[in-house]
Ligand binder design. Sequence first.
Ligand SMILES: NC(=O)c1ccc[n+]([C@@H]2O[C@H](COP(=O)([O-])OP(=O)(O)OC[C@H]3O[C@@H](n4cnc5c(N)ncnc54)[C@H](OP(=O)(O)O)[C@@H]3O)[C@@H](O)[C@H]2O)c1
Length: 266
Amino acid sequence: MRSLTDKRILLTGGTGTLGTAAALQFCRLGAELILPVRNPRKAEQLRRTLLAKFPGARLSFPALDLADEATVLSLADSLLAQGKPLDGIVHNAGVFTRSGRTAPGGTEIHMQVNCLSPLWLTVRLLPLLRMSDSPFVLTVTSLSAFWRRASVPGKSPTGLYAASKRALLERICDLAAGIPEIDFVYAHPGVCATGLFLADPGQSAYPPAFLRLALPLMKRIFPSPEKAARSILHAAVYAADGQLAEPRGLLHIWGKPALTPLDERL
Ligand SMILES: NC(=O)c1ccc[n+]([C@@H]2O[C@H](COP(=O)([O-])OP(=O)(O)OC[C@H]3O[C@@H](n4cnc5c(N)ncnc54)[C@H](OP(=O)(O)O)[C@@H]3O)[C@@H](O)[C@H]2O)c1
């Protein structure tokens, strides 16, 4: 079991549905949170939400747009310049959007945001993780990363999303193999009606009319964000190197989280 009390943890996507639920849990356990964000208005909202429940929470909100390589490098450089140990990284930010979008550098957007940028951030921050006495890197993945066809990027939004999630898992596992001193752990939340399905305004993977019908239905059928986010906290606290926390119930969508070796699911 990993204590998170007074641990310095970087959590991406804290402004999102599952990220906010996870951030609240990390604060409850006494972690200091670095919450990189791309939208200052949402950062302020998140700060208020966290401080309302945990007035003493130690929080910072540096800028990060995972679509933009320059901000990834500048966040890493500013943390390296501070020179403080980093106890954990939680790669929670993610995008699911329409096909055909590219990041400013020209890479397909899912691959940039969901795979390449988290990978680069991890590699750049290794010196700070190595300064911690129990460092971990937690990758929030998706059931779609375990689909057989996920290894071959399709053209649909779902195919592109699954391929990017799969690619991050594979690359992070390659990295982990050479770094035994850091625990690489994994989590997926099952399925939950979150902001993921809305993407940036006008850029959602599904037509708005469909989402107006589907999202309320999804909210009724699938677990709440608080329940879905339990896998993230479970992995942070209980997972050993190479373990995945996922809902243990029907189709790995419902139920309390349980641990399984990631290898068995790949
Ligand atoms: N919901 C599900 O059913 C489900 C299932 C499996 C896995 N997941 C995974 O769970 C994680 C959390 O997703 P969620 O469901 O909570 O979705 P969400 O509410 O849309 O949250 C996504 C988060 O990622 C951030 N983000 C997106 N693009 C970014 C960028 N270019 N740079 C920096 N941050 C960016 C968003 O920032 P803004 O607030 O600024 O938009 C937001 O904080 C994701 O990795 C997702 O793939 C979700």
